[in-house]
Ligand binder design. Structure first.
Ligand code: CP3
Length: 343
């Protein structure tokens, strides 16, 4: 375990070559992913099929030798396990039943009712813990309560999270019940992933950037702190990565305030700024713009080198600033890896 480069970075070690993995590294830009997804039938069937979900998790490890594998699943499986309806519309994205009033919330189950639905996910983790190369770190994940709540309230992705902000303004008690349930259920969900063999867990707060002022503290920072401290109490030493995407200035102090071991950065902050203001508190992850995986060329090489250099004096895990997109060229991923590893 001591030799796993990702775990060393998370423990605060500065390494000459930063370890690397990529958000959405198992995804539609890879022909082998598209083939396995077709075999599964659809995206959710793939998520709930342990053998095939493990297979797509392993594909980018075989092809590229990333230092970490991230469990193949989705942040919206948890609301489904709590009783929300969930389906994916091809070419558009997720759809869920909505929460607009107290009776919608009352339909949902409790934090301990999730495991029957999520059992296949734990099975996927077990297969991966057995089959991954010994140097590869297995990362489990969940959505952060605010981000998951935005989908549960609106019933779909929204550009400005308007429906969730509206519910927060109009019925704060209901909104806070949703956040509390998700906080407790996320602790149970991640705990089971850790028991099954996840060595690190990551909390995706993709819409943290739309929480302003006190709301950021209440609904991004406090839930991350509760989840992190509960997981560390149950599983001493478990490393946690927080990703309050587009938090901007609020990245500063996020690790100290929540107890996460690493802060993942999106590409809207400059690596030089983040080295000075965020990496001073510990490990950071990021933050190459994912569009470089589409465009490639010298700009990809230059920007990759600039990020490695900016974070060279502290613990760093190289990654994109957000997930790789389906139109990316697999060759550009190899070019990024070769550049980071200096070949
Ligand atoms: O990173 C990984 O490779 C692990 C697997 C993973 C997926 N989704 C697989 C997926 C992870 C960590 C997620 C997280 C996730 N899911 C987030 C947070 C991170 C982020 O991207 O901001 C969010 C907001 C979701 C919800 C979600 N899932 C949306 C909005 C969509 C549709 C958008 C799209 O890219 O199509 C998904 C679908 C999804 N989740 C796909 C994958 C590989 C594509 C589905 C397909 O194969 O058709």
């Amino acid at each position: 375990m001591a030799d796993k480069t990702i775990l060393r970075a998370l423990a605060g070690e500065t390494q000459k070559t930063p370890p690397i993995w990529m958000m959405r590294q198992a995804g539609r830009y890879l022909p082998e992913y598209r083939a396995t997804r077709a075999q599964a039938g659809d995206f959710l069937s793939l998520c709930y099929n342990p053998e095939l979900a493990a297979e797509v998790t392993l594909q980018p490890i075989r092809r590229y030798g990333f230092d970490a594998a991230i469990l193949f699943a989705d942040i919206l499986l948890l609301p489904q396990a709590l009783g929300a309806d969930l389906w994916f519309v091809t070419g558009e994205g997720p759809r869920l039943s909505t929460i607009t009033e107290d009776k919608d919330f009352a339909r949902l189950g409790g934090k301990d009712d999730i495991h029957e639905t999520l059992n296949p996910v734990y099975e996927t983790v077990k297969i991966l813990a057995r089959d991954l190369p010994e140097e590869t770190t297995l990362i489990g994940f969940a959505g952060a309560p605010w981000t998951v709540a935005t989908y549960m309230i609106a019933g779909r992705g929204t550009p400005d999270q308007g429906p969730a902000h509206a519910l927060k303004a109009e019925n704060r008690a209901l909104f806070e019940q949703i956040i509390d349930l998700l906080t407790q259920a996320t602790i149970e969900y991640l705990s089971k992933q850790i028991e099954a063999g996840a060595e690190v867990v990551k909390l995706f707060d993709s819409w943290a950037g739309s929480l302003k002022g006190e709301d950021f503290d209440r609904y991004a920072l406090q839930p991350a702190k509760k989840i992190t401290s509960a997981l560390k109490a149950r599983h001493p030493g478990i490393p946690v990565i927080g990703f309050p995407r587009e938090a901007g200035d609020k990245y500063v102090g996020f690790a100290k305030a929540t107890g996460v071991d690493c802060v993942a950065l999106d590409n809207s902050v400059s690596p030089e700024w983040a080295a000075a203001h965020v990496q001073i508190d510990g490990c950071v992850q990021g933050n190459l713009k994912s569009s470089h995986m589409v465009t490639g060329g010298q700009a990809l090489v230059d920007e990759t080198r600039a990020i490695v250099d900016a974070f060279a004096n502290g613990p760093h895990i190289f990654n994109l600033g957000h997930g790789i997109t389906p139109d990316a060229d697999p060759e550009n991923v190899q070019l990024m890896i070769d550049t980071v590893r200096g070949r």
